[in-house]
Design a protein. Sequence first.
Length: 422
Amino acid sequence: MPFACAAPASHPLTGKRGVMREKTMSPGPNPWIRRVLPPLADLSFTGQETSARASVVVLARDEERCIARCLDSVVNSGFDDVLVVDTGSVDGTLGIVATYADRGVRLLQVPWGDSFAEARNVAVDAIGDGWVVFVDADEWVESAEELRDCLDSLTGAGGLPRLVFAPRIFDVDRETYDDSIPRIFLADGGVRFKGAIHEYPVVAGEVDEPIGLVELDVVFLHDGYRPDVVDAKGKRQRNMELLRSALKSDPANPRWFYFMVRDALPVLGGDQIVGLCDALRDLVGRDTGSGDLLGAAEYWKLALAFSCQGLVALGDWDSVHRFCRDLEQVDAHYFSTMAELVGGVVTKRDLLRAVEIRKNDDLMARSAIDRAGRHTDALICALLGRLRGEGEADRYRELCDPWDDVFFEKSVPRRASGVSPA
């Protein structure tokens, strides 16, 4: 597993233990469940596992580089159906998929309608009933057997039609994971996707309703954000065009403002960043009817955290300090202490405060930067390097998941950031 080490060492200052590399099943009524958002009182289990129909769907377009790897990870693994939905491949993708026909892989060709939600909804309708598991073509399932066991254990849960499930998607190149992307739900439960890009599930109706998200302890692996892959497939341009389309058709939806900040950050000017964040702030408290699990307030905090990264790169520390007033304490502390590091004025008190925050699980859970606390770990490394020497920083760094942002690369201060020890 990419995120867990047997008998890990601990750091004497922080008590930080080594990065866990072995699977650890969580306690509770279902060991596959890591977290439920929002907490649901009716997520109960009968105690009896039953086997339900389960299908895998792979969306594809010009994926000859990786489609075989994806299919190899799920065929002959107990799934009732493996469906490839191709939206217009012109490379060798269709020929590769055809070689899997004798292993139960079906192919459905549909025209690309400039909407990922539309393509996913076509797939849901084609599956019809039972579990549907979306695996992108540039992903592969670490253990299909574990995934199938997980689905069987969930089948007896209450409230399933109003729940979607998110695996841990581990980026093998960046060594980071995302556990917030919904990929699994009951095909006949009324769940459908919205949005041309960064699509999200809702309970479809006259008024779309938000749906609960359950984070699972199953792993998908992913390598689709390698720079060469992104450039070859023109992902940046495509995604920005789709995002502009989503914002134009649904201008009161805070989701699109947030992703505009996140995705376009490297090319936005300071005034544009501030303008998008101000537009998001103006949506706070309004009923946008988006059906999204997150509202404008949550997206505003997320956008502020991303925006501070872009503003630092632009040298606009005044706006960073202004945004910090509205960030959660853990994230405001991160940027304000990084400013002190860049300015060359840090004290032992700064280190002790960072350690205090890192140990507070409630504070870390509210971070809009990283709930796992990797940014705070990187900050502690930088403070240790400045105050106690690089040997102490390296010792702590070895126990942590790596962190990349405008200040750090794999938790090591970037040379141009101004954070490196003098």
